[in-house]
Design a protein around this ligand. Structure first.
Ligand code: KG4
Ligand code: ZN
Length: 355
């Protein structure tokens, strides 16, 4: 962690609350220093359904909110009265879960008489890296990949100016892994299981399609992703093997699929860095745990002279630190606080840093 930075040591103390999906995250950040990060997850309650159930997640947030805030303050030995501002995820995410976090944040802001900042979850996935690797250079590229999003952002100023270069047109990278995991009979969420299996297979065994990489897609979709065609191609390939009475080489299927996803993500991201003359890439979101992506990003960034920054995995999955980090940047930039009647937005535009 970068801590005690002279430029931010006397910065406001920001409490961050994250509830966009199944993690209840609460954290305290001063400047770019993380004081505490506490996360409660309801993932175990969703596993038996094979997907996140919004109503189950909402109830879990409601039950976890006060204990998580109390635990966070206790660990940091901070009193509520010491907090200077409250940041909360305003979107994108699941409406019910977002509403629980926003209600908690509003209650705190009103009760403490402190400003409220509704911030963007996806941009938070990039901002959290400032707590780990220090202040961003003037412009950075951010690839945010998870079970819910796959977005490429040009971050000109993390607090005020973010350009959305591209996003997935269908499935997110983690979602595609989860679907292929199900197809291969692996437990939910399948992503980490497919990753593990892929490490035992041959990534060149099967040439699966690379979505939106054809010459005709370059003009309109240079920085967009599409993984549903790839997922269907994997399903067809496996079906054909089964229909022919042949054994399915699951490790080779997983490795070739993972290779296709990592290839498209890194090729398009590095091409965007070159097009926009950006020499620092931040990768965030839960899918950044993926070993095929990490390896390919490291080697391709090194070859292209791009500095690669990936926070430790606990700051890549959903957490409160990312929201406190972005809130802190927004407060320090002097952006006006949100209104206390702040509404959540399940499809908040990725160009909106705070509302
Ligand atoms: O950010 P995250 O924890 O939750 C959200 O989606 O917001 O991301 C979880 C996603 C799931 O789809 C999970 O299967 C995938 O990321 N994932 C992985 C790996 N670790 C997590 N996918 C592939 N390889 C991994 N090692
Ligand atoms: Zn996320």
């Amino acid at each position: 962690m970068v801590s005690g930075r002279a430029d931010t040591a006397d910065a406001p103390l920001v409490l961050g609350i994250e509830t966009s999906c199944d993690e209840t995250g609460v954290a305290l950040v001063r400047g770019r220093e993380l004081l505490v990060d506490t996360v409660a997850s309801s993932m175990d309650e969703h596993a038996r359904f094979g997907g996140i159930i919004p109503e189950v997640a909402s109830r879990a947030h409601l039950e976890a909110m006060v204990p998580t805030i109390t635990a966070s303050l206790g660990t940091a030995d901070v009193d509520l009265s010491e907090i200077d501002a409250i940041a909360v995820t305003a979107g994108p995410g699941l409406v019910g879960p977002l509403t629980i976090g926003a209600a908690a944040a509003k209650a705190l802001a009103l009760g403490l008489g402190k400003p409220l900042y509704g911030v963007n979850h996806v941009i938070g996935h990039a901002a959290v890296d400032e707590l780990v690797h220090g202040e961003f250079p003037e412009r950075v590229m951010a690839l945010v990949v998870s079970g819910g999003h796959s977005s490429l952002l040009l971050v000109e100023d993390v607090a005020t100016r973010v350009v959305e270069l591209g996003s997935t047109l269908d499935d997110a990278a983690g979602e595609a892994f989860d679907k292929v995991g199900r197809l291969l009979g692996l437990p939910y969420p399948g992503g980490p299981h497919v990753d593990r299996l892929a490490r035992q297979g041959d990534p060149t065994a099967i040439r699966f399609p690379r979505g939106l990489t054809a010459r005709k897609d370059q003009a309109k979709h240079a920085a967009d992703f599409s993984f549903s065609g790839l997922k269907t191609a994997v399903a067809r390939w496996v079906e054909a093997r089964v229909d022919s009475g042949l054994e399915v080489p699951t490790a080779d299927v997983a490795a070739s699929f993972a290779e296709a996803v990592a290839d498209v993500l890194t090729a398009k991201t590095i091409a965007a860095c070159e097009r926009h003359e950006v020499d620092t890439l931040v990768i965030g979101g839960g899918f950044s745990a993926n070993s095929q992506l990490r390896e390919m990003a490291a080697s391709r960034c090194a070859a292209a002279g791009i500095t690669l920054r990936i926070p430790p995995i606990r700051y890549c999955t959903d957490n409160g630190a990312m929201i406190a980090a972005l809130g802190s940047a927004v407060v320090r930039a002097g952006v006006a606080p949100s209104s206390l009647d702040l509404g959540v937005d399940s499809s908040m535009p990725l160009t909106t840093v705070s509302v």
